[in-house]
Design a protein around this ligand. Structure first.
Ligand code: CAA
Length: 257
C-alpha cells in the first residue's frame, strides 16, 4: 500500500512509522488512522521486524482526532465509527511499540501514545485530553488508560479541565519512561528498540501479552496467565539456548523459535 499520511521505514529489525500531516499537526483523520492500522499490522507480520517505533517527528506527535472531519458527524456516522475501529486494531499488535513523542500529544494523540508500550518524550512534549472543550470526552481509551496510569485524581483533573501537562510532569506521573532533548528523541527510542530487538522474540511477545493482561484482569487471572506463558516458553529453542549460553558463559544466539 502507498501511504499518503504516514511514512514507513525500516532500520534493521526496527520499523519506524512517522505520522505525516504536518499542516494539520498530524490530526488523526480517517485516512491517516486507516493507513496507520494497515502499516502497524504489516510490520507486525513482517518477520524481519521485532519492534515498532511510532513518532510524529520533532514538532508534533498528534493534536488529536481530526476535528474538521468530525464536526458534522452523528453518533452512527460510518467514518467516525470506522476510524475508531481502525484505531482499535493498532492496540492489538503483538510486537512492542514505542511512542517517540515531541510537541503536542493531545486527545486521540495522547491516547495513541498511551496505547503504545513505552513512551519516550522530548522536552517539548505536551500531553492532554482537551475533548471537554469540544463538548465531548476521550473516545480511544483516554479515560481508562490515563486513570490506570496516573491515578484517578490526576486523570479527572486532566480530562475535566482539558489542561495540558509538560514532559517533566508526565514523567513524574509515570506517563512517560524518559524525557530527552528533541534532537536525541529518535536516537533514544532506537536504542531501546534495538535492545528489545536483540531479545528472544517469543519471550518478548509473551511478556508484552502478560503485562497487558495486568490491565485487563484480576490478579489471580493475570498470575495464572503469566505462569502459563512461563511454562510455554520452556517449549522454545530460544529458552533452551538462553540458559545453555548462560551456563557456557557465551552470548546466546536467538532464532525466534
Ligand atoms: N483536527 C483538525 N485540525 C487541527 C487539529 C485537530 N485536532 N489540531 C490542529 N489542527 C489544525 C488547525 O485547524 C490549523 O489548521 P489551519 O492552518 O488550516 O487553520 C493547524 O492545524 C494549526 O493549528 P493551530 O493554528 O491551532 O496551531 P496552534 O499552535 O495555535 O495551536 C493546538 C496548537 C493547541 C494543538 C491547537 O491546534 C488545538 O487546540 N488543537 C485541537 C486539540 C484538540 O482539541 N484535540 C482533541 C481532538 S478530539 C479527539 O481527539 C477525540 C478522540 O479522542 C476520539
Amino acid at each position: 500500500m502507498d501511504y499518503e499520511n504516514i511514512v514507513v521505514e525500516k532500520d534493521g529489525a526496527v520499523g519506524i512509522i512517522t505520522l505525516n500531516r504536518p499542516q494539520q499537526l498530524n490530526a488523526l483523520s480517517y485516512d491517516l488512522v486507516k493507513e496507520l492500522a494497515v502499516a502497524v499490522e504489516a510490520l507486525d507480520q513482517d518477520a524481519e521486524i521485532r519492534v515498532v517505533i511510532l513518532t510524529g517527528g520533532e514538532k508534533v506527535f498528534a493534536a488529536g482526532a481530526d476535528i474538521k472531519e468530525m464536526a458534522d458527524a452523528g453518533p452512527f456516522d460510518e467514518r467516525l465509527q470506522g476510524r475508531l475501529s481502525f484505531r482499535d486494531r493498532i492496540n492489538k499488535i503483538s510486537k512492542p511499540i514505542i511512542a517517540a513523542v515531541s510537541g503536542y500529544a493531545l486527545g486521540g494523540g495522547c491516547e495513541l501514545a498511551m496505547s503504545c508500550d513505552i513512551i519516550i518524550a522530548s522536552e517539548t512534549a505536551r500531553f492532554g485530553q482537551p475533548e471537554i472543550n469540544l463538548g465531548t470526552i476521550p473516545g480511544s481509551g483516554g479515560t481508562q488508560r490515563l486513570a490506570r496510569t496516573v491515578g484517578k485524581h490526576r486523570a479527572m483533573e486532566m480530562v475535566l479541565t482539558g489542561e495540558f501537562i509538560d514532559a517533566t510532569e508526565a514523567q513524574r506521573l509515570g506517563l512517560v519512561n524518559q524525557v530527552v532533548p528533541v534532537e536525541l528523541l529518535l536516537e533514544e527510542a532506537m536504542e531501546i528498540a534495538e535492545k528489545i530487538a536483540a531479545k528472544p522474540p517469543l519471550a518478548v511477545e509473551l511478556a508484552k501479552e502478560a503485562i497487558l493482561k495486568a490491565f485487563n484482569s484480576p490478579l489471580d487471572e493475570g498470575l495464572e496467565f503469566e505462569r502459563k506463558c512461563f511454562y510455554l516458553l520452556f517449549g522454545s529453542e530460544d529458552r533452551r539456548e538462553g540458559m545453555k549460553a548462560f551456563l557456557e558463559k557465551r552470548k546466546p544466539q536467538f532464532k525466534g523459535k
